[in-house]
Design a protein around this ligand. Sequence first.
Ligand code: SAM
Length: 165
Amino acid sequence: MAQKDVGNKIPIYKLKTTDEVMKYYDEWGDKDKYNKDMVDWNYTGPKETAEIFNKYEKNKDTLIFDAGCGTGLVGMELKKYSFKNFHGADLSQTLIDTVPKDLYQKLVKVDLNKPIEVEENFYGGVMCVGTFTFGHVKPNALDEFIRITKPGGLICFTINEGIHE
Ligand SMILES: C[S@@+](CC[C@H](N)C(=O)[O-])C[C@H]1O[C@@H](n2cnc3c(N)ncnc32)[C@H](O)[C@@H]1O
């Protein structure tokens, strides 16, 4: 990771409330800055997790919940493996608004630290990339992911090692 990443990411890690996190991403998404920074930083989270998901999920029609979908980078990577059914959820409406049109069948602005308004055993799989980190989504969300995923479905996520324990 380049040195400038650290300098840029520290402000996010210091944010205390969900409201602060939301405002931060709303500003970051303006003028496509988030996507440009991710290219600049050589951010590989979506690519790597999509590769792992594809390795174990053979049903290309499965309905995938992208938790903390941001600008849709995970959907874009999954599409390369011919997955096509995505629902996305994120805290930032600005980021949601930049998701490529028609990539996700459904996009909702939600706080994933609250109960997810989806019935149990609904999704074939869950992706959650870059979202379990300082001040973002808390461990309880994992229980919700399990609840909304069908038995045998995959839950594929990253965790910032600083909050792993
Ligand atoms: C590092 S970005 C990752 C976005 C996308 N998954 C990616 O890999 O590009 C973290 C995302 O988590 C979202 N987020 C942070 N806290 C959240 C919360 N409480 N509920 C829902 N989304 C949240 C942010 O809005 C942001 O889109």
